[in-house]
Ligand binder design. Structure first.
Ligand code: NAD
Length: 358
């Protein structure tokens, strides 16, 4: 076996454990900052942000709870003046990928450093990637300047994550690792992390579903999310992520649920071109075969498997196909129009992926 490769590790500082959020003030000071602006989603996300803000004392510069899915440029531009007016010298994002996306978008425009406390399994905290939406189009960029300086994983922050979101967010994490396993810039280190990330997540999700407060399972899932996010940040994603970005941008579909419904179909599409990755996925989830194993995992935990149930219109299949082909990501299997139309149609209907029937 040949092992020639390039491995670019992301230079983030990671604290992992239970109760780690109590170290937030030290971590702000460690970065030499004095005025921290907290960013979150509204509702439950804002409550969590308030709890953590209370620990910042005089280091706190306010809370902005305006983060929404897919990081619309108009939201970022609306929030930007408040960051300047508050004299913030650091951003602290608490929440899922939406809060972290807003933080990255603001960091890109201000140069401010970031501390992130993730509360879902989306993995954005470990990546130098930002997807912003304007005029129904999600444009993704990679920029080392937006990689958060410090990531604080606190298992306790995830205990209240509803089971339905935990499941789809966990499948979103698995999707990162699946595509890292066959990424053109993958390598043996990435494959090791990806396979372990899938295994931790796949074994934790049924336990969380049965017992959402199981802190060992929550810890495994969050650790899996860290691994899956790390490989997302270190590799170039393929067809599956392209489809998810296109659908998210076109129809404002919920991110994690869209990944979940698409993933078995993307795997089925790429399986003939990626036998080594398929074997690694199957081993990680303890199933005889990757495509059916991933489909069974998500559907047995009650995840919605039809894009139509997430709000995608049927005529959207052709629009999504056009946008996917207009500016494709690299992919291990070449993009074939009819096979892609079949993929999207089956995912829209919520049918089992094609290989299951062959
Ligand atoms: P999200 O951040 O919108 O969170 C989903 C919901 O869960 C929200 O309503 C939120 O308030 C709630 N929530 C979050 N944590 C909670 C908790 N602990 N308890 C109770 N409720 C909680 O969704 P997401 O799936 O985490 O992120 C999706 C966004 O992240 C998308 O915009 C996507 O493009 C982006 N993303 C980016 C990357 C990247 O590398 N750039 C990676 C993954 C996702």
């Amino acid at each position: 076996m040949r092992n020639d490769f390039i491995y670019q590790a992301a230079p983030a500082r990671v604290l992992f454990g239970s109760g780690t959020r109590h170290q937030i003030a030290q971590e702000v000071e460690r970065l030499g900052a004095k005025r921290a602006m907290m960013l979150s989603s509204p509702g439950r996300g804002e409550q969590v942000a308030r709890d953590v803000a209370a620990q910042l004392g005089r280091l706190g510069a306010g809370i902005c709870a305006e983060a929404v899915m897919h990081t619309p440029v108009e939201v970022t531009e609306r929030v930007l003046p408040a960051i300047h007016e508050a004299g913030a010298d650091i951003l602290i994002a608490i929440g899922g990928g939406s809060a972290i996306g807003l933080s990255k978008a603001l960091s890109l425009r201000t140069g401010l450093p970031q501390i992130v406390l993730p509360t879902t399994y989306a993995g954005s905290e470990m990546t130098p990637v930002l997807g912003e939406t304007a005029q129904n189009r999600k444009v993704t960029q990679r920029n080392s300047k937006i990689l958060p300086q410090t990531v604080i994983y606190d298992v306790e922050l995830t205990l209240a994550l509803p089971v339905a979101i935990s499941v789809t967010s966990g499948m979103n994490a698995i999707a990162h690792a699946v595509e890292a396993l066959y990424a053109q810039d993958g390598n043996p280190v990435i494959s090791l992390l990806a396979q372990e990330g899938i295994a931790k997540m796949a074994h934790a999700l049924p336990k969380i579903s049965a017992s959402p407060q199981d802190s060992d399972a929550r810890s495994d899932a969050l650790y899996g999310a860290f691994l899956c996010g790390s490989v997302l940040g270190a590799t170039t994603m393929a067809l599956h992520h392209k489809l998810a970005h296109v659908l998210g941008g076109l129809f404002d579909l919920p991110h994690a649920q869209t990944h979940t419904a698409l993933l078995p179909h993307s795997i089925a599409y790429n399986a003939p071109a990626t036998p080594v990755a398929m074997e690694a996925i199957a081993q990680a989830i303890g199933a005889p075969e990757a495509t059916s194993g991933i489909y069974d995992l998500a559907s047995s935990l009650g995840a919605p498997m039809a894009l139509r149930d997430l709000g995608m219109p049927e005529e959207g299949i052709e629009a999504a196909l056009r946008q996917t082909l207009a500016n494709p990501y690299q992919n291990p299997r070449s993009l074939e129009v009819e096979a892609l139309r079949a993929l999207l149609t089956r995912a829209w209907q919520g049918l089992a992926p094609l290989t299951l029937l062959s």
